[in-house]
Design a protein around this ligand. Structure first.
Ligand code: PEP
Ligand code: MN
Length: 338
């Protein structure tokens, strides 16, 4: 992978000449514009003589390789923010995105009530697990495809696209038939067969950070999806394991700011799994906005105390509405809309 950086003042004709030259040599150019300066990424190492020709073209400032190991995900390759489209909802643009819904789909009434509460709080995507990765084989494993159909119907009832988790590569196709976005969970962040299968899908992917994964490992996992041909990837910081046991995990808020510098991919925060405590969701949501996150994914349940999983960290409809009300002024302070 290489990047051709144009002079700050290079006119559009010079940019077009470079793009045409690249296309004629059979590579697909990816153009970005950062503070008025155009850079063009190509997913090929051009032969030295071709590099010399390009370097001598009018308006070309420099040609370099991408130094970061996560090539396609890096800001070096693409300086501009990427925007990921989830059933018409854009993640990564100026408008901050709230995703909300139950940890797991448990039944028709529950998921339709949860969808109404999500929509009423300002959420623009509905979440819900139909296939759950549980630590215990005896715990509720999710309703499977019937649950996914309920989630889709509940989303449609309030006009929200949906995101749900996929656990197995062979389930990417069947789940993509119903779901607007595929979630790859923390426990599967390095399931490379699953990452590649999601990379061959045309559905956007929500990739959660593994609970013991470094920032670079998260980006390398995103790279698997991108390299397989799917450019629609959103990263999610959901807390990592530390010695602290008061909270379920430790929200690595610095990772959010670091990721925003290292990659053009949108980054969202899951304060539910990061803390495991519903009383900490609102403050951590506001911190996420301030750190530069592009959105939040929050667990909420019509009656959290009866939830079949993750009840302690799930918000009531009222608490979710409070988060929805607290976000706009903080977003505005950061130059974003909600
Ligand atoms: C979930 O979103 O319900 C979930 C299982 O999250 P994670 O993979 O981050 O633990
Ligand atoms: Mn959960």
């Amino acid at each position: 992978m290489m990047v051709i950086v144009m002079e700050p003042q290079a006119p559009m004709e010079q940019v077009s000449d470079v793009l045409r030259r690249l296309e004629d040599s059979g590579v697909v150019p990816h153009m970005s514009r950062e503070s008025g300066r155009v850079s063009i990424g190509v997913t090929a190492v051009l032969p030295a003589p071709e590099q010399e020709v390009l370097r001598a073209m009018h308006g070309v400032a420099e040609i370099s390789g991408v130094r970061q190991p996560f090539k396609l995900a890096s800001r070096e390759f693409r300086p501009d923010d990427s925007i990921v489209n989830v059933g018409g909802v854009e993640i990564g643009g100026e408008r901050f995105v709230l995703i909300a819904g139950p940890c797991a789909v448990e039944g028709e009434q529950q998921v339709f009530d949860a969808a109404r509460a999500a929509a009423a709080s300002g959420a623009r995507i509905l979440r819900g697990g139909a296939f759950k990765p549980r630590s215990s084989p005896y715990a509720f494993q999710g309703m499977g495809l019937p649950g996914l159909r309920l989630l889709k119907a509940a989303g449609e009832s309030v006009g929200l696209p949906i995101v749900t988790e996929v656990l197995h590569p062979e389930m990417v196709g069947p789940i993509a038939e119903y779901s607007d976005m595929l979630q790859i969970g923390a426990r599967n962040m390095q399931n490379f067969a699953l990452l590649e299968a999601a990379g061959r899908s045309d559905r956007p992917v929500l990739l959660k950070r593994g609970m013991m994964a470094s920032i670079e490992e998260l980006l390398m996992s995103a790279e698997y999806v991108l390299a397989a041909g799917n450019s629609q990837v959103v990263l999610c910081e959901r807390g990592i394991r530390t010695f602290e046991s008061y909270t379920r995990n430790t929200l690595d808020i610095a990772a959010v700011a670091a990721l925003k510098q290292l990659t053009h991919l949108p980054v969202i925060v899951d304060p539910s799994h990061a803390t495991g405590r519903r009383e900490l969701i609102r403050p951590m949501s506001l911190v996420a906005v301030a750190a530069g996150a592009d959105g939040l994914i929050i667990e909420a349940h019509p009656c959290p105390d009866d939830a079949l999983c993750d009840g302690k960290q799930s918000l009531t409809p009222e608490m979710l509405a409070e988060v929805g009300n607290a976000l706009p002024p903080v977003c505005a302070a950061l130059g974003r809309t909600f």
